[in-house]
Design a protein around this ligand. Structure first.
Ligand code: T3D
Length: 264
């Protein structure tokens, strides 16, 4: 178990749980929290004991995006270079989540606003509490959707809905987000963590090498032609077919028993 104050981290049963932990600020991002989250995802990448990640938040919110207290113009000084903060803090975390070849489950426990919403949409399987809502809050303060939002919203929803959400900052309920395909499921508030933990545990006990290759393929499909994708499927299936997990999966099927996968 590793912990920092702003992101609590704990490993159990192959699941690395990362809990954003600035509840008094609805888990909005300061520099320390960015770096702690990055350390968590880097650990997920490097530590073979981590087979899946569960990302969630402490308190009544998931994440309210950037801590605006750190951007207070009344404090004086030059305007901040937000391009630099995206490059230095937000974008590395987005890239780590997307490139991690292990499943990332996100349990959205409450409001997800600004970059907080878009970080959730970058995860692989998103469950949200019924009471949660997603807000593209950027337009309320003169900014543009970041943390991959202009990309993920447009790809998942198409231009009409992406533009309406981004231009109006109208809150989207968890149920509507599920109906629109932005997230996997909206669940009863009380059962969110139970369901998210069960899901993460079951993925972590699965053939995670194959799951990681599956993630790579599905993400590549957005930019590949069918021919490119068929070639990639060939290569990934070759790698999967050489794995110990594949041999175990087939053997367990033939022996009519539960497989014991090792993620290799
Ligand atoms: O700057 C860069 O590096 C560029 C990157 C930008 C990325 C972004 O994410 S920009 C978008 C930033 N986020 C927002 O604009 C959202 C701001 N927050 C809200 O609009 C609302 O708080 C919510 C709609 C998320 C929730 O509303 P509500 O009524 O449930 O809660 P609340 O009362 O507004 O907030 C509770 C507390 O959290 C409150 O503190 P207090 O008064 O109890 O001491 C509030 O100030 C604080 N809080 C909420 N969001 C933020 C925040 N403090 C700092 N920064 C926040 N983003």
């Amino acid at each position: 178990m590793t912990s920092s104050e702003t992101v609590l981290a704990g490993l159990a049963g192959g699941v690395l749980t990362l809990r954003l932990n600035r509840p008094e600020k609805l888990n909005s991002f300061n520099e320390e929290m960015h770096l702690a989250l990055r350390a968590g995802f880097q650990r997920a990448q490097d530590d073979p004991q981590v087979r899946a990640v569960l990302l969630t938040g402490s308190g009544r919110g998931f994440c309210a995006g950037q801590d605006l207290g750190d951007r207070d113009p009344r404090k004086g000084g030059p305007a901040p270079d937000l391009g630099r903060t995206l490059e230095t803090f937000y974008n590395p975390n987005l890239r780590l989540i997307r490139s991690l070849e292990k499943p990332v489950v996100c349990a959205v426990n409450g409001v997800a606003a600004g970059a907080g919403a878009n970080i959730a949409f970058a995860c692989d399987i998103v469950l949200a509490a019924q009471s949660a809502k997603f807000i593209q809050a950027f337009s309320k303060i003169g900014l543009i959707p970041d943390a991959g939002g202009s990309w993920s919203l447009t790809r998942i929803l198409g231009e009409p809905r992406a533009k309406a959400l981004a231009l109006t900052a109208e809150p989207l309920s968890a149920a509507k987000a599920a109906e629109w395909g932005l997230i996997w499921k909206a669940v009863e508030d009380e059962s969110l963590m139970i369901q998210a933990e069960e899901l993460a545990q079951s993925l972590a006990a699965g053939p995670t090498l194959g799951l990681g290759l599956t993630k790579r393929l599905i993400q590549a499909a957005a930019v590949n032609s069918l021919d490119e994708q068929l070639d990639m499927e060939r290569d990934c299936q070759r790698a999967a077919g050489l794995s110990a997990d594949y041999a175990e999966g087939v053997t367990a099927f033939l022996e009519k028993r539960k497989p014991e996968f090792q993620g290799r």
